[in-house]
Design a protein around this ligand. Structure first.
Ligand SMILES: [Zn+2]
Length: 433
């Protein structure tokens, strides 16, 4: 697979170059089928699975992320632990069937709709943990700290109340959840965004959590957020974060869409991972990440399904590349010194950077592709990944094994029907008026 000698000058030994996997990361299984490492999903809000397709009517010619957020808040207000469990389980079945084997769940729906904590303050987190356990997906649970409604420190609005914690309550929740860590559960920390967490709270949280804790944050997704950050903190969001917090390979920056060249270089140098969510970023009209510059800088990145308008690593990777082609009017953008295959480069990076973003040690989770599919007819070995990613929408994942357990067999999750039935009844209740 390392069939050329393209010069990688400028890409230092940080970021993804440090993580390049040994040859043989794509292999044949005992039956001669193509076996690939499972793909980590670096960014998910499970409840949003219930609103996929429900925000696609124009309410105003200026519809944007901010009008989408209104729909999202209305849907968020309807959830309780039981419905979250049912929706998340359906989502995780879909993820596993598509080839995601780990999910980083960026979870901010903490309290009852009126903003009061449940009798068990971790009830909503427990619902997500139960959904992961039901389906066998590996989970990095990222309870979100959400404190303010804007960079100016304004209080949360009524609809944001159920997201909120102060630092002490957050640390209690985190400690309680960490006591449940297992072979397939890790607990990290998510800061919702710079607009939702004051600077002194970030410092307190970083100091209080165990040093190996994975830190995730939404950043620079919207131009409006960049402008507010400049106006109030005197710097762009990524510039501020890199200048004020010790960002390193334990950090994952979600979106990081709007960057200056210096910020692009700075993230790559820090060793942090960027979680790109191309289908959601397209759906929300966010903008386009400077992928080529970031690859040239040796930056680490992975993908996430975020708002769940698509649950497919194939579609995320394909659209990551297609966005760049549309913007530059060139083809075959995402390649590195190690491979000229776009599919192989994309899949490699999404997998190799995943382990550091999830906090799990490298594992043997794997997906087996359906070699009997017409898309693979007559295939040469070095085309396997490109065929998988760039040959249409038929799901070519046949089997999935997580932590030694086969959870998808012959293209179907082993609990698909029972989980879909619970999901249908939860959806009928959620959408009942
Ligand atoms: Zn998000």
């Amino acid at each position: 697979m390392q069939d050329d000698d393209r010069d990688s000058a400028g890409a230092g030994l940080h970021g993804v170059d440090r993580l390049w996997m040994p040859q043989g990361w794509q292999q044949r299984s005992g039956q001669g089928r193509w076996m690939l490492p499972g793909v980590p999903n670096l960014h998910s809000h499970a409840f949003q699975r219930a609103m996929a397709g429900l925000a696609e009517r124009q309410t105003d010619p200026a519809d944007s992320f901010w009008t989408w957020r209104e729909t999202m808040y209305r849907m968020a207000a309807r959830f309780d632990p039981e419905s979250l469990h049912a929706v998340a389980a359906q989502l995780y079945v879909e993820m596993l069937e598509a080839g995601y084997t780990t999910v980083c769940e960026f979870h901010y729906l903490h309290h009852a709709p009126d903003g009061k904590p449940y009798a068990d303050p971790g009830a909503m987190s427990q619902a997500l943990i139960a959904a992961a356990r039901d389906t066998g997906i590996r989970m990095t649970l990222l309870p979100v700290l959400y404190m303010t409604g804007g960079f100016d420190g304004r209080p949360l609005t009524e609809r944001q109340q159920r997201f909120g914690h102060d630092v002490d309550a957050y640390l209690r929740l985190s400690e309680h959840l960490r006591s449940q860590e297992s072979e397939i559960l890790r607990v990290g920390c998510a800061l919702h965004s710079l607009r939702a967490v004051p600077a002194d709270a970030i410092a307190q949280i970083v100091a209080a959590l165990p040093p190996e804790t994975r830190m995730h944050i939404h950043i620079a997704e919207q131009i409006g957020e960049v402008q507010d950050c400049i106006a109030i903190r005197g710097a762009r969001p990524v510039e501020w974060l890199l200048g004020n917090v010790a960002v390193d390979s334990r950090w994952t920056l979600v979106h990081a869409t709007h960057l200056t060249p210096e910020e692009t270089q700075g993230i790559a140098r820090s060793g942090a991972t960027v979680a790109l969510c191309p289908t959601t970023e397209a759906n929300l009209g966010d903008g386009l990440f400077p992928l080529r510059d970031y690859l040239d800088a040796g930056g680490a990145w992975g993908v996430g399904s975020d708002s769940q308008i698509s649950v497919s690593p194939v579609e995320e990777l394909r659209w990551l590349e297609y966005g760049q082609r549309l913007a530059t009017r060139h083809r075959n953008i995402a390649v590195r010194a190690q491979s000229r295959s776009v599919g192989e480069t994309l899949l490699h990076d999404a997998v190799a950077c995943g382990a550091q973003a999830t906090g799990f040690a490298p594992n043997d989770d794997r997906i087996v592709l359906d070699d009997a599919a017409p898309q693979f007819a007559g295939m040469r070995e070095h085309d396997a990944v490109d065929r998988w990613i760039f040959s249409g929408n038929r799901n070519l994942v046949r089997d999935v094994v997580v932590a030694g357990r086969r959870v998808v067999a012959d293209g179907r999750h082993v609990e698909r029907d029972a989980i879909a039935e619970r999901y249908r009844s939860a959806m009928r209740a959620l959408l009942s008026d």
